[in-house]
Each structure stands twice: as structure tokens, then as C-alpha cells.
Design a protein around this ligand. Structure first.
Ligand SMILES: *[C@@H]1O[C@H](CO)[C@@H](O)[C@H](O)[C@H]1NC(C)=O
Ligand SMILES: *[C@@H]1O[C@H](CO)[C@@H](O)[C@H](O)[C@H]1NC(C)=O
Ligand SMILES: *[C@@H]1O[C@H](CO)[C@@H](O)[C@H](O)[C@H]1NC(C)=O
Length: 638
């Protein structure tokens, strides 16, 4: 019983620091995310002033707002659209109007009658006359009349190159009609979600005013929101009234250039929009933007004003998108029907985030203390089980590939642990829960960290955090799997059949795996005193034990706890590698068929990331693209 008293101060310290850290957690989260440069794609070496990092919070100042109206040959649509824009409330603000008039295709006219040609020329002239006569009181009116037909893709993409980080574009196709309230709403939104640093997120690329109805991920969820949700985040771009933020738009244009130049198509399996692209090709632009947003993990702001209402509606007139006129998609929300506080902007922390499958995601989950861990484990666990994945020794691309496999097998009960890095924070920004090893340890630091070599210190930190996470899992009644990133699960429950119900502990040395069943006996063993012994064992192995045992082996968590289990006479079921899966190495021949029947594949990181990628490609298990993002979106009903 003596050890208990000895650890009382630790508990006190623990709860004090937890309280302190907790009160800092929510407020620091977004600051934290935005104050670190995010480098979602190490392969795009953009000039630093155009870096995709979006890392600084814009400072409040006057911003400029430009309307980008895209039109072609629909005069009555255009006049309805411009009238609605001119009828909106702009207060004293300056709002510029830029109109892009596409030209009819010359190629279509070969062999056509003179009469038809004259009709088309006349149509164009009447549109220009209408635009010239249209009075715009709120700012400059600029008209761009094209010489040839460029289509919707170039109309959108060439409509804007932001001249500063304080310039916003609202893109409007000519069959739209906007509410007189639309500008007031967008202005409040820019002030709150772009210029208020506590509500700013580098993941947000703009806002759509159309009523959300479409889920592009095949077999995705239906869009369902409660009546209190007026603003939420959703990855999909809206083309009926889309506000664009300057930095992500520039980033997109550069991404598009690179992909266009290198002949990389915006194919994303599992997305309805990829089918559109295959059919419509370069006539539309959305598959490009969607693919970009997918690779960056960005989000759009949407509104939910109930009763099929929105601030922008499409009349879906016949044109590129509709063969026949389909009629308005929603009801316009205007003053006469206003029954909600339009300008009430909820704090970002209160908003919900949805991916392309309309599955809710939770960006920004960074665990920095033992106490925070509890609620995160609770929200992550499935069937009372947690998979703790260590980032130690695994490359970024290997981990991103692992995440695609998690998505395809619907594995959601994982949490990553790693040293603070851009990569760790980027994982969190994209909605994958992470534990910041250093900050976590400082919240529970009970042991003087002996001065070890840097590399040994890192080993020790990872081992201790694993021990604490297991303790928290046991306290919370959860089973835990502790694994590293150098493996892939090829089923949703790869371990079930190796588990022997009469054991609390299962361990495997290659690959390194530890399974701890949530049981009262395990809970009794895995207490602070046990973790203290883990720490002592690590020190002795790392310091004194050098040469006595193979170094790499001795630095492993499973080795350390294995030795302790032996000392304490505990029963451990050792799982041999053959029953787990296939080890790949540099000598492997083509083992496609064999590999796919296995429960998992694993490898030693020492064989190098190029070799790992090559082998996984041969096995059909390398499922990320040149942007390091998944080649497919896989939806699961939730
Ligand atoms: C913002 O614009 C107003 C009116 O045009 C001007 O008086 C003010 O000085 C501007 N503020 C900044 C910070 O540019
Ligand atoms: C910024 O947002 C926070 C949280 O929503 C809010 O409490 C604060 O009043 C806002 N600041 C300004 C200047 O609007
Ligand atoms: C492996 O085998 C499969 C099927 O037999 C074949 O399609 C593939 O090209 C082979 N890969 C290599 C690298 O030999």
C-alpha cells in the first residue's frame, strides 16, 4: 500500500494541471491551428508568398467585395439576376460589379445559315446593350466581353485573381436570383469568420448561399440538420452564389495549373462528380475544385434557413447545366419571410463540420493533457475499443495511406500520438484526433526525465504516453490496441480471431502490437505504480542495458512491458507474426493474391519509404495520389 501514498502528490499535480490546461484548451485550439504553418502537400513547392499554409490570421481592416457575374446568351436570366443584385441592401459600402460575357462558339457556325448567325450576333449585341444601360450605383461596373467561347470552367477560373488577402469575390451565374439580404449576411459572415481571429479557421474557403441538397460521395448520408443549426460547414462547393476567400482561391488556381500542366485529371473514385467530369470534361470546373478541396481537407460555410429557403436560388434555366428549364430550387428568404436572426453568427467552436459523405467530422482535436484524453477517447471509441497509432518512425505518406485504409474499412476509433509538428497539427485540422506527446507528458510529468540522448528521450516519451493512454482507456472501461504506423489493416477487425478471451494482455513483437482488455484485473495492475516501473525500466534499458540487449528491440514498448509482465508474473498471450499477416520487405516477390487474403501487412521502416511504397503498390494497397490524398472517397452510412 506504500506506493499509493507515494503517488498522492502526483494525482494532485495531475488534476491541477488538467484544470489549468482544460481552461486553455478551447480558446487556444484555433489559434493553435492557425498559428502553425500547415503544409498539406510537401510535393507542391510553391513560392513562399503563395504558400498553401494560410497560416496567419488576417488582421481586421476594410475589405473589398466584388460581384462576379458569369453570363452568356440568356438575356432574361441576366436581367433578373442583375435586378436582384441591385435591389440588395449595401448600406454605404462599395461593391464592384464585374460581368463576364462568354461568346458563342465559332466552330458551331460552319455551314449554318446566314440567318442563324445574324440571330446570334444580334443576341450578343442585345446582351451588351442591356449591360451598358444597366445602372450600378454601388461601385465600379466592369465588363469583360470574350472573343470566343470559353465555357463555364474558364468563366469561373479566369474571373478572379485576388489582388490582396482582403478582397472577396461573390460568384453568381446568370440564372440566379439573390435575396435583398444576401450582402448584409455575407458581410457579417466575413467579419465573423474571417476577421475575428477566435472564429477563423485556415480550412474555410468561402461560403455558399444556396440551399444544400446534394451529397457527392456515393452512398453518403442524407443531409439532415436540426432546426437550430443555421450555419454549418460542409466540404462541397456551391455554384449558386459562392463567396470565395482570397487565399484558398489563389491556392486552388496554382494547384489547377500544376495538375493541368502535368496532365493529372481530377479523378476521385466514389464521387458522383467524377462521373460528371467523365461526361462533361472541361466544360465544367467543379470536379477540379472538389478534387482540390479533398486533397486539402477544406470546408465551405453553408446556411440552413429551414422551409427550403435560401439567400440565393437558381432558376435552373436551360443552358450548360440544364437541358431544359427546371425552375427555382428553393424559396428566397427576404424581409417578408424573415423569422430568424440572420446576423447572429455562432462561434466557430459551436458549428458542425461535414465531409463529402455528409458524415460529421471533428477538426482540431488535439489532446494535450491526461484529463482531456477522457472525453476524446469517449467520442472516438467504437464497441468500447480504441486503436492508438504511434507516428514514431513512420513517414507522412505512409500515415496518409494508412488513413485511406481506415476510411475504406470504416475504422473510426483511432487516435494518433506524435511529437508536435506541422504534420501532427495537419492531421488534427483534417479531423483526425491526435495526442501531442510533449504537452501531454508535461501534464502528467511525475518522473524526472533523466537526461538521455535526444533519440532515447523521444523513445521514452512515446513509451510513457502509451502507458498513460492505456491507463486512461482502462479507467474508462475501453479495450486498447497499441500499434505503430508501419502496418496496414486489411479488414475492419483484423485482430478478433487472434484474441484469447482468457487473457488480459496480448502482445506481438513483429509487428509491434499490444492489446489490453478492459478488465478489473488489468485495471488493478495498470496503475501509476506500474507506469512508474515502466519509466524506470526504460531508463535502465536505455542507460545501463546498452549492449546487453539488441538496442532496437529494447527501445520498444512491447519489450519494456513484456519484461515487466515477466517480473510481475503476469499472463501474456504472445501473438506470432504469421497469424497476423504478411511482412513485406525488399526481397518480396509479387505476392498480390497472398497479401490480399491477409488480415494485415507490416514492414520495418528501415526498408525505406520508397521501397514501402513500391511493395504496397504491387499489392494494390497504395491508395494515395500525388497530392498524398486518398484516391477514393468511401462513404459509410452513419
Ligand atoms: C475604411 O474605410 C473607411 C471609409 O472608406 C475609411 O474612413 C477608413 O479609414 C478605412 N479604414 C482602414 C483601416 O482602411
Ligand atoms: C469574436 O468572436 C467571439 C466568439 O464568437 C466573440 O465573443 C467576440 O465578441 C467576437 N469579437 C468581435 C470583435 O466581434
Ligand atoms: C503482380 O501480379 C499481378 C497479377 O498476377 C500483375 O497484374 C502485376 O503486374 C504483378 N506486379 C508486378 C510488379 O510484377
Amino acid at each position: 500500500m506504500a506506493p499509493k501514498r507515494q503517488f498522492l502528490p502526483l494525482l494532485l499535480l495531475l488534476s491541477l494541471s488538467a484544470f489549468f490546461l482544460y481552461s486553455h484548451y478551447h480558446s487556444s485550439l484555433h489559434l493553435y491551428l492557425s498559428s502553425h504553418s500547415l503544409n498539406p502537400n510537401p510535393h507542391l513547392n510553391l513560392p513562399s508568398n503563395l504558400n498553401p499554409s494560410l497560416n496567419s490570421i488576417p488582421s481586421p481592416s476594410n475589405f473589398s467585395f466584388i460581384l462576379k457575374v458569369l453570363t452568356f446568351d440568356r438575356l432574361s436570366s441576366l436581367s433578373r439576376c442583375l435586378r436582384s443584385l441591385a435591389a440588395a441592401h449595401y448600406g454605404r459600402d462599395t461593391v464592384h460589379l464585374h460581368i463576364y460575357v462568354d461568346h458563342f462558339p465559332h466552330a458551331d457556325n460552319v455551314g449554318k445559315s446566314e440567318l442563324l448567325l445574324d440571330q446570334k450576333l444580334d443576341e450578343s449585341r442585345r446582351i451588351l446593350e442591356f449591360i451598358d444601360g444597366f445602372d450600378w450605383k454601388f461601385g465600379q461596373k466592369v465588363v469583360h466581353y470574350r472573343t470566343g467561347n470559353v465555357g463555364l470552367q474558364a468563366q469561373w477560373l479566369e474571373a478572379w485573381w485576388p489582388s490582396s488577402d482582403h478582397e472577396f469575390a461573390f460568384v453568381v451565374e446568370d440564372d440566379l436570383e439573390v435575396s435583398p439580404l444576401y450582402y448584409k449576411f455575407l458581410k457579417a459572415l466575413i467579419q465573423n469568420y474571417y476577421y475575428n481571429s477566435s472564429n477563423f479557421s485556415p480550412s474555410i474557403y468561402g461560403a455558399s448561399l444556396q440551399r444544400p441538397r446534394f451529397v457527392p460521395g456515393k452512398h453518403g448520408n442524407k443531409i439532415q440538420l436540426d432546426d437550430e443549426t443555421h450555419i454549418f460547414l460542409y466540404q462541397l462547393v456551391g455554384t449558386w452564389g459562392q463567396l470565395l476567400f482570397p487565399k484558398p482561391w489563389k491556392e486552388f488556381r496554382l494547384w489547377y495549373d500544376i495538375h493541368k500542366a502535368k496532365g493529372i485529371k481530377p479523378f476521385l473514385q466514389g464521387m458522383v462528380t467524377t462521373g460528371w467530369y467523365k461526361k462533361m470534361g472541361e466544360r465544367i470546373w467543379t470536379p477540379w475544385f472538389i478534387s482540390f478541396i479533398h486533397s486539402r481537407g477544406y470546408f465551405n460555410i453553408y446556411t440552413n434557413f429551414l422551409h427550403e429557403r435560401a439567400l440565393s436560388v437558381s432558376h435552373r434555366d436551360a443552358g450548360v447545366n440544364y437541358g431544359k428549364t427546371a425552375g427555382p430550387d428553393s424559396y428566397l428568404l427576404d424581409e417578408s419571410s424573415l423569422d430568424i436572426d440572420l446576423l447572429e453568427m455562432q462561434p466557430l467552436t459551436k458549428l458542425k463540420w461535414y465531409d463529402f459523405c455528409f458524415k460529421e467530422v471533428h477538426p482540431g482535436t488535439v489532446v494535450r493533457s491526461f484529463e482531456e484524453l477522457g472525453s476524446v477517447l469517449h467520442s472516438v471509441q467504437k464497441q468500447d475499443t480504441i486503436i492508438l497509432v504511434s507516428l514514431f518512425g513512420a513517414s507522412e505518406r505512409v500515415i496518409r495511406n494508412l488513413l485511406c485504409h481506415f476510411e475504406s474499412f470504416n475504422i473510426q476509433n483511432y487516435i494518433f500520438m506524435g511529437l508536435n509538428s506541422d504534420f501532427l497539427l495537419d492531421l488534427a485540422r483534417r479531423g483526425h484526433p491526435v495526442i501531442d506527446v510533449d504537452q501531454f507528458l508535461s501534464s502528467v510529468r511525475a518522473h524526472k526525465m533523466k537526461s538521455l540522448q535526444d533519440s532515447d528521450m523521444e523513445v521514452k516519451k512515446y513509451i510513457l504516453v502509451k502507458a498513460y493512454v492505456i491507463q486512461k482507456c482502462l479507467e474508462s472501461g475501453y479495450n486498447s490496441w497499441v500499434v505503430d504506423g508501419n502496418m496496414l489493416f486489411l479488414r475492419s477487425t483484423p485482430f478478433l480471431d487472434v484474441i484469447d478471451a482468457t487473457y488480459d494482455f496480448h502482445a506481438g513483437k513483429t509487428p509491434e502490437i499490444l492489446f489490453i482488455r478492459s478488465s478489473s484485473s488489468a485495471r488493478k495492475i495498470w496503475v501509476d505504480d506500474f507506469i512508474h516501473k515502466v519509466a524506470l525500466m526504460v531508463d535502465s534499458v536505455l542507460e545501463k542495458g546498452r549492449g546487453r540487449i539488441p538496442t532496437t528491440e529494447g527501445k520498444k514498448f512491447v519489450y519494456i512491458v513484456g519484461e515487466l509482465f515477466k517480473q510481475e508474473g503476469m499472463r501474456v498471450k504472445w501473438v506470432d507474426e504469421g497469424s497476423l499477416g504478411l511482412e513485406i520487405d525488399s526481397r518480396n516477390a509479387n505476392q498480390t493474391s497472398q497479401g490480399n487474403r491477409k488480415k494485415m501487412v507490416f514492414w520495418s521502416p528501415e526498408i525505406g519509404s520508397d521501397m514501402i511504397q513500391k511493395r504496397l503498390e504491387e499489392l494494390g494497397l497504395w491508395i494515395i495520389d500525388t497530392d498524398s490524398s486518398c484516391t477514393a472517397v468511401v462513404c459509410h452510412q452513419s
